[in-house]
Design a protein around this ligand. Sequence first.
Ligand code: ACO
Length: 321
Amino acid sequence: MIRAVITGSGSALPEQCVTNAEMAKRVDTTDEWIVERTGIRQRYIAAEGETTSSLATEAARKALEDAGVDASEIGLIILATATPDHTFPATATQVQANLGCRGGVAFDVQAVCSGFLYALGTADSLLRTGMAKKALVIGAETFSRILDWEDRTTCVLFGDGAGAVVLEVRDTADDGPGILATKLHADGEHKDLLYVDGGPSTTGEVGKLRMKGREVFRHAVVNLADVLKEVLEDAGVESGDVDWVVPHQANARILDATARKLGLSTDKIVVTVDQHANTSAASVPLAFDVARKDGRIKQGDLVMFEAMGGGFTWGASLARM
Ligand code: ACO
């Protein structure tokens, strides 16, 4: 059976770590409020010179090293971001240039916090149709650059970072490794609940993130539970067989609520939101890399990735390691 198999992972964070106590010096908030409502304790914020492409390149290099793959072997780079270095060219092409692997396919996908799921699903499809043999799938963001640092309801929630995986086409046994099922969705009805109030074709400015958090929360729990069920059904897997869930890290309470809805034990959920806050498209591959490198996620494990973000967009993907 031809499948796309995850053979390596890597991640990168900016140098500067900003605690909740430090956030409380910038806006009217407290460590207690942030921890209680979100589970976030700190976030990493990119300094001048640290960009989406620089973080993405570092994560990609580590993923290649982990997989034992040379950059020259990579025929496809898909980078998920809502905070590209430039409107164009695609940040993926900058990463390609940094890695020195010219000539293959490289493009960005934009599905905000679900971006990594969209990129993974797209790469899986392209690899299985023979477009390339080895791919880099990257989620990378510098959300700090689109935050309104005077709006305490949003600026405390986000951070910067990048995560990457290497995908390779393999002919595997039925119960062998690879991506087993992916489901992606979008519903543009709810744009006003989560969006950036600028853009090249509207205001001509980059704009700032705006969010009605409580309503986003409500949609997130319902949509995520639905798509997780869909993927389990498609793969013919019971929720009890899943070894690890690597969710988008927006809010510890969303993670708990989603797990409860599915009857999943919370100790199977990889949580990094306390350390990284919400890094949008970077959060799933960042959390995945943390849990692989600390030995929680092992060869043979069934791992569920899931995310929901602006659009709304949402999706889930089940893979055997
Ligand atoms: N510090 C202190 N008080 C605050 C802060 C803050 N940083 N922010 C808001 N408050 C106050 C509000 O002003 C409000 O005060 P009031 O009652 O006097 O009016 C009170 O806290 C409660 O505000 P709510 O917004 O109702 O708080 P809620 O419990 O809903 O928590 C939160 C807010 C954390 C944003 C939550 O709704 C949430 O996590 N939503 C999901 C957001 C999310 O996941 N977004 C990412 C989606 S992914 C993407 O695509 C980017």
